[in-house]
Design a protein around this ligand. Structure first.
Ligand code: SAM
Length: 286
């Protein structure tokens, strides 16, 4: 049994985990999946050699990618999650009681089944919520073929390597825009800017063409090494990025949701990016 797991996302730099126990390791129809236990981060999911999520720090990523668009919008009824097979995003979205339906389009059924079994603290029963419609398909195909509209679309995908690649294309983003309701918001997992600048730069170039208001917001998740992860933000309603703090506080209180990272002040400040990130997305042009 392997005693250590070394991430292979970067050729010349890696994070390494002690492996106390391996719960699952196999190739699925789409990617190589490992779930192991690490003393510091609890259960860890790896896909194609890249850390996807850990029990210890998943709340930061899932709270920020779910609650920022939903509290900004203020009247979300339908959400689309593309990816998200571990169930953490689904759990956070479904905590909003006014949400009527969550459609989740996940390409890899094995990731869902194995997550239900070995990452129970991620979904915490969310896969059994009657508001969930789970579609096992490529997200890009679903977006191309559906005529449905959503108030919030969350791309909770792997990096643009392997099956995730199609979720970082102009076609996919243009398709998502066509699937948004009038004040709909698209948010995307867009990598760690310090190491994956190209990812954010490319997405910024597409969003600039597609949305009346676009930007990125950020959070630092320990196992997405290299500092802040940036989340793409695209909408045609520019007001949604400027919701007053008092309004966000009222919505947060009314929701009754107890979070461990998200709060209205963090929500607002997350859109303030460091200069190097603004340069990557070329928003520092005076
Ligand atoms: N939090 C992680 C991150 O930021 O890297 C993402 C976690 S989640 C496990 C990523 C999910 O995206 C996986 O379940 C994977 O199967 C799914 N996925 C990758 N490509 C996809 C595609 N084209 N369509 C739908 N789901 C996809």
């Amino acid at each position: 049994m392997i005693k250590r797991f070394e991430e292979t996302l970067y050729h010349d730099y890696a994070q390494s985990f002690g492996v106390e126990e391996i719960y699952y390791e196999n190739k699925t129809a789409h990617q190589h999946l490992i779930i192991f236990h690490n003393a510091k981060f609890g259960r860890v999911m790896v896909l194609d050699g890249i850390v996807q999520t850990t029990e210890r720090d998943e709340f930061i990523y899932h709270e920020m990618l779910a609650h920022v668009p939903i509290f900004s919008h203020g009247a979300v009824e339908g959400v689309l999650i593309v990816g998200g097979g571990d169930g953490g995003m689904l759990r956070e979205v479904l905590r909003h009681k006014d949400i009527k339906q969550v459609t989740m389009v996940e390409i890899d059924e094995t990731v869902v089944e194995i997550s239900k079994k070995y990452l129970p603290n991620h979904a915490r029963g969310a896969f059994d919520d009657p508001r969930l419609r789970l579609i096992l398909s490529d997200g890009a195909t679903f977006i191309r073929e559906t005529d449905e509209k959503f108030d919030v679309i969350i791309t909770d995908s792997t990096d643009p390597i392997g099956p995730g690649e199609s979720l970082f294309s102009h076609d996919y983003y243009r398709g998502c825009k066509g699937c948004l309701t009038e004040s709909g918001i698209l948010v995307t997992q867009n990598g760690v800017a310090f190491f994956q600048a190209e990812e954010a730069k490319k997405t910024a170039g597409f969003f600039q063409q597609l949305f009346k208001d676009w930007h990125f917001y950020s959070a630092a998740i320990p196992t997405y090494v290299g500092g802040i992860m940036v989340f793409g933000w695209g909408t045609d309603n520019a007001m949604l990025r400027k919701i007053p703090l008092e309004t966000l506080e009222a919505r947060y209180r009314k929701s009754g949701i107890a979070t461990r990272y998200y709060n209205p002040a963090i929500h607002r400040s997350a859109f303030a990016l460091p200069q190097y990130a603004l340069e990557i997305i070329e928003k520092n042009k005076h």
